[in-house]
Structure formats: C-alpha cells, structure tokens
Design a protein around this ligand. Structure first.
Ligand code: AQP
Length: 336
C-alpha cells in the first residue's frame, strides 16, 4: 500500500484585529480543508504584529492573541491533527530570525512591496517592519516546512524565504528545506467591499466599517456590509464583457461560500437586479459563517481551554524549533 507522507505545513495570522473574510478564504479555510493531508503548524504571529504600532495597546493586544486562537479552533482546526501556538511562546523564532537577518542582503528586503505600502502609512517606521520577511522566513524554516498556504499578498515573502534558505544552504551546508507557497485558485485576493481595487485587510477594516466582512460579524452586519458593497452603475448582473471589480469580487466570495461554478452562477444571476444578487450573496456568507461565530463565542468563554491548546502546541513546536536552531548553530560552529 502506498501511503503518502503528509506535507509539512506552516502558516499564520497576525493578531492585529478581527479576522475578515479574506483571511478566512485565503488562509484558514484552506488549512481546514487540507487538514488530513497536512502535518500543519498554525501560529498566531504576535511578534509580527509588533511592527504595527496601532496594534500594540498591551491589554487589547493580549486579548487579540486569544481571540485568534479561538478563531483557529472555531474555523475547524483540530488540535489533535494540527499544532496551534502563539509565536512568542517559542523563542527560537527570534533567535533564528537574527541569524538569518545577518545573512540577508538589504537589497532583497528593499524590494518587498508590503514594506513599501505599509511603511508609507506609518509616521515612524520601525526596523522590524523592514526585517519582517526575515522573521517570517525563520517561522517557516524552523519546521522544515514544505508548503505555506497563504493569500496572494504573501507570495513575495515566500519567495524571499526560499532565497534566504538557499543562500544559507550554499554557504553552510544543507540545513533548510525550501518551502513553496500554496495559493488558492479562487479567493487568493479578496478585495475590500468599499474599494474593490484594494485588498481586504484588517487595518482598513478598522478605519472603515464598510470595508470588510468579519468572520464573526452578526448576520445583520454582514447583510448591511454586502448591501453597501460597491458594484457599478449597471442595473442588473451581466456575465457578458468585462465585469466590474466589485461584481467580480462578490461572485468570487459567493463561489467560495457555495462551491457554485460559473455556469451555475450565470444561470442564477444573469439579468437579475443587484438587490437580489447581493441578498443571495449575503445569505450564502451568513450560512457559512454562523456556525463559526457560535463556536467562537463559546470558546472565548473557555480561556483555560485556549491556554491548554496553545501550551501543548508550543511544547510540540518548541521541540522541533530547538532541534533546528541547534542544526543551524552546528553549521555555523557557534554551538558552545
Ligand atoms: N484580502 C485577502 N484575500 C485573501 N487572503 C488574504 N490574507 C490576508 N488578506 C487577504 C491572508 O490571510 C493570512 C493572514 O494575513 P495577515 O494577518 O497579514 O492579514 P491582513 O488582513 O493582511 O493583515 P493586516 O495587518 O491588516 O495587513 P494590511 O492591512 O497591511 O494588509 C495570510 O495568509 C494572508 O495572505
């Protein structure tokens, strides 16, 4: 019998705000769907969130970490199949990040589009925002990760992770596995409802209530947000010619929520008014997210359970991370 080994997988979300539909579609739903094929490690990347000054009001930040653990579980990550932990609980992430920082050319980091767009929005730019991709590389490389399921915005960061790993391997011997990004075919870049030309993101959701659908938003709020979504000046849905980005985005959301293909969507929506179109999409989103919201609310009240899951995950991940940092130090002959 040919039993295929499970793929080693690592991914994470920053506890910078409430998770939105883009995070769910681009990342979490893929982790859950592939859970039986993955040897998955899912991290709440709190050290990455430190690069966003508005995110670190300590008390709120602390709670966001537990909310994100609860969200992983509520979305369907099974802690008996996958590992869940909070990044700062495993100190090897920062240790490896420093070693890799010393070996990463500045020019590589200067090319990162996320740094360019995020640094433009901050009054004072911390060095950590610049070296963010190196910490992300450390996260991934610590666990011999083969596959990193992420949204499209992270593609460049996975590429630089490969470059960093390759450079280290060439200089000091084969220590790191080269990971690959796994980007979903549909929904790799869910766009803002208010501005379908820009990515749905937590930071924009904080500034504008009409920007995103939160995974645990109440049905009323979801319906309101979708009703207000930007479409175009046409009065009915048409599949002929170039679709407006807003309509395209809503159809992508509907496709991921229902599994309907284009032919089914066309048969159902062609020639229908935007009122009907949006209410059907809202229904599909509410139906999919309601059980998650209910489970999330229940889990939030059980802090001891969340802590136990994260502790168990950190112990498991920590043992692997320690072994990898030892291998790195052995290669560098700095193991005293
Ligand atoms: N719009 C999106 N569509 C598909 N996937 C997305 N991801 C993020 N946005 C979308 C994926 O979700 C995972 C976690 O990413 P994150 O924690 O960086 O989330 P964010 O919403 O991008 O966070 P921020 O802090 O609000 O960033 P800004 O506002 O600067 O964009 C990743 O796998 C990501 O690809």
């Amino acid at each position: 019998m040919n039993i295929q080994a499970k793929k080693k997988v690592f991914s994470g979300v920053q506890p910078t705000g409430s998770l939105h539909l883009g995070n769910y579609i681009g990342a979490l739903s893929v982790w859950v769907k592939e859970q039986d094929n993955f040897d998955g490690i899912y991290c709440v990347v709190d050290l990455h969130a430190l690069t966003i000054p508005e995110a670190i009001e300590p008390k709120v930040f602390h709670e966001k970490n537990w909310e994100t653990v609860a969200m992983y579980l509520a979305c369907g990550i099974d802690p008996n199949k996958s590992t869940i932990f909070i990044q700062s609980q495993v100190r090897e992430h920062t240790e490896l990040a420093w070693i890799l920082t010393c070996m990463t050319p500045m020019g590589w980091l200067e090319r990162m589009t996320q740094f360019k767009s995020k640094s433009g929005k901050q009054e004072t730019v911390g060095t950590g925002l610049f070296t963010y991709p190196v910490l992300q590389a450390a996260d991934i490389l610590l666990y011999d990760t083969e596959v990193v399921p992420v949204g499209e915005d992270q593609k460049q960061h996975i590429e630089i992770t490969r470059d960093i790993a390759q450079r280290f391997n060439q200089m000091f011997g084969e220590v790191f596995v080269l990971p690959e990004a796994m980007i979903p075919k549909a929904g790799a870049r869910i766009m803002g409802l208010d501005d379908p030309e820009s990515k749905m993101s937590k930071s924009s959701a904080v500034k504008n209530a009409k920007h995103a659908i939160g995974v645990v938003d109440e049905p009323k709020k979801i319906i309101k947000a979708i009703k207000a979504a930007k479409t175009d000046s046409a009065s009915e849905v048409s599949f002929e010619g170039e679709m407006s980005p807003g309509v395209k985005n809503l159809l992508t959301i509907h496709h991921v929520m229902t599994g309907w293909d284009e032919a089914q969507q066309r048969a159902h929506f062609e020639g229908k008014g935007y009122g009907f179109f949006k209410s059907e999409i809202a229904d599909a989103v509410v139906e999919r997210l309601s059980p998650i919201r209910e489970e999330y609310t229940r889990l939030l009240d059980d802090r001891a359970h969340l802590q136990a899951i994260a502790r168990m995950g950190a112990e498991k991940a920590g043992a692997q991370a320690e072994a990898k940092v030892k291998a790195v130090k052995d290669a560098l002959k700095i193991n005293f």
